[in-house]
Write a protein that binds this ligand. Structure first.
Ligand SMILES: [Zn+2]
Length: 96
């Protein structure tokens, strides 16, 4: 059990902070009962390039969408760097 790195013991049964792609996106989506995904990235917004349509955009919260294609991207709260941003996939839509 690795938790989410903040010591809260959050233990989602799917994915974790070191997951890739959709698993990481879903991990962030559910982390802390869904309270993390809308938080601004503590270290500041991250400039990135959409891994779906290659448009550049700024990821301001731990989970964000490309303004061009709506592609869902997320970054692990414990390690929010451009290299760590994961893309959920072209046809992915967030769970309601
Ligand atoms: Zn895009």
């Amino acid at each position: 059990m690795s938790g989410c790195g903040c010591g809260c013991g959050s233990n989602s049964n799917s994915g974790g902070p070191f997951s890739k792609g959709k698993e990481l996106v879903e991990f962030v989506f559910h982390a802390h009962g869904g309270t993390v995904r809308d938080q601004e990235i503590q270290q500041g917004p991250i400039e990135t390039v959409c891994q779906g349509c290659k448009a550049s955009f700024v990821l301001e919260t731990y989970l964000g969408k490309c303004p061009e294609c709506g592609g869902v991207h997320a970054v692990a709260p414990m390690c929010p760097t451009a290299e760590k941003i994961q893309f959920a996939g072209l046809d992915y839509t967030l769970p309601a």
